[in-house]
Design a binder for this molecule. Structure first.
Ligand code: MN
Length: 476
């Protein structure tokens, strides 16, 4: 046996690590060989599957654990053989040594092998959490796949959907049937759906953009959930020093080119993922459940950490929450029917946003140069929104609300979009406007719409990433 464990021993400092050396004489169980799945909180959370075979444990590292559903094939990386004593090993592998982190037994039991070859293994596992027939097959080098051959142990188990589009709220007033609604603060940030999948986190924006690399501090949320798998709805928010969500502050986290730039900025302007809905939980969709029940399940998960939190909702008395939100300088509130299902991608009356100030998303179609101190920069944005026929209509100039930082970003992005033609149909912005291809979407706050469909007193709030300019229409 000794030779088989050479690699295992050469990779480790067994004086420093509590891991077994494998010098004893454990009796292999040939009648019913044993298996173990260990949950290993190393640099990256993963699971290790080990099968007793020829006096050692044949081992694979599974970044996403053991699949429960035949439609979910998962990566399995072949690792070095481990000693039989590792079947029961749990403990802390010290920092600085190989595999540093916490190892605990996630499941164990016995198995029978139908096939055990160099490149393909078919086994039936009989454990406490996992039972069923699995195939492991080599795809390339050390890379294998693990696939469940049996139907799921729980027949109602569903594979995790890749994409769930967020449900949207309609602009409205406080509903009359106050008691039929749950009320939440409206968070001024960027909407994001989170897939927390066996230690891995994915954050997806409204338009399907992958936000995960932009907000690395939220990743830990999935690590904390271990082998649990869920899909959440929420908003990525940057809070200011008074604890108010600041879309302005969040701007400087949206347009960073490299992972290094993200890491640097993360220290100055951390974000929080504010969670307000649960869409899928451990193999089952929760979309059809009433809002009230989804909220209850969400509360039971107690998701609170350094970069994520789950503020509660309030049933009834929306007027009080709206007043409080106004007093605290917040954007407004959202009313959600307690009995309503989650309808992905839909904007229905079941969700109403009630705002303290009018805001509007606009398409940037041009700019004018600044005067005085801003001469080298831009002075104002010429913005528009689409009419019902999909034509971009000029809606006014936005000349306030900028900071030095946003001016710089805007100017750079707009220069790259310069175009000889006006993107606006019909009424045109004033002479001297430099036109740009209509690609950028901005959010503005304004007082009212004039009779000529122009924004009165608009102020720039920030660029909105991940929104298709073609979808920008009048909101009020
Ligand atoms: Mn491991």
């Amino acid at each position: 046996m000794a030779g088989k464990l050479d690699r295992y021993r050469s990779m480790r400092d067994l004086d420093a690590s509590p891991e077994p050396e494998g010098v004893g004489d454990p009796t292999p169980d040939t009648e019913a060989p044993r298996f173990v799945v260990q949950e290993h909180h190393a640099r990256r959370l993963h699971w290790d599957l080990r099968l007793e075979r020829d006096g050692v444990l044949a081992s694979w590292a599974l970044p996403r654990g053991i699949p429960g559903h035949p439609e979910e094939n998962r990566l399995a990386v072949r690792t070095e053989d481990h000693p039989i004593e590792y079947l029961t090993f749990e403990g802390e592998i010290p920092a600085g040594t190989y595999g540093a982190g916490t190892m605990k037994v996630w499941d164990s039991g016995s198995y029978s092998a139908e096939k055990f070859r160099e490149d393909e293994v078919i086994v039936t596992l009989r454990g406490g959490r996992v039972s069923g027939k699995y195939v492991l097959f080599r795809t390339r080098g050390k890379d294998w796949m693990i696939h469940r051959m049996d139907p799921p142990a729980d027949p109602s188990l569903e594979p995790m959907p890749d994409v769930v589009e967020p449900m949207m709220a309609r602009l409205g007033k406080l509903p009359r049937e106050d008691g039929a609604y749950g009320f939440e603060v409206k968070w001024d940030g960027v909407r994001a759906i989170a897939h927390a999948d066996a230690g891995h986190l994915g954050l997806t924006g409204r338009n399907g953009t992958d936000f995960t690399p932009r907000y690395p501090e939220v990743r830990e949320l999935a690590g904390n959930l271990g082998s649990r798998r869920l899909i959440l709805d929420g908003e990525v928010v940057a809070f200011d020093s008074d604890g108010r969500p600041s879309f302005e502050r969040l701007q400087s986290r949206m347009h960073l080119g490299s992972d290094a730039a993200v890491r640097r900025r993360m220290g100055e302007i951390p974000v929080t993922y504010v969670i307000f809905d649960l869409l899928w939980l451990d193999g089952h969709s929760t979309l059809a459940l009433p809002y009230q029940d989804r909220r209850k399940l969400l509360a039971e998960l107690s998701l609170a950490g350094p970069s994520w939190r789950t503020p509660g909702h309030r049933e009834g008395d929306g007027a009080a929450l709206l007043a409080a939100s106004e007093e605290q300088g917040l954007e407004g509130i959202v009313a959600k029917r307690l009995d309503s299902a989650y309808e992905p991608g839909c904007r229905t009356g079941a969700w109403l946003k009630i705002k303290n100030h009018l805001t509007q998303e606009v398409v940037v179609g041009g700019f004018t140069a600044g005067t005085g101190g801003r001469a080298a920069n831009l002075g104002a944005l010429a913005v528009g929104i689409h009419d019902q026929e999909g034509r971009l209509r000029y809606a006014g100039k936005v000349g306030t609300g900028f900071t030095e930082a946003t001016l710089g970003v805007l100017h750079r992005e707009l220069e790259a979009l310069r175009s000889p033609q006006s993107p606006f149909e019909g009424r045109q912005p004033p002479k001297g406007t430099v036109f740009v291809a209509p690609r950028l979407v901005a959010r503005v706050e304004f007082r009212e719409w004039t009779r000529t469909a122009t924004l009165r007193a608009p102020a720039f709030k920030g660029l909105v990433p991940d929104v298709d300019p073609a979808s920008v229409v009048r909101e009020s």
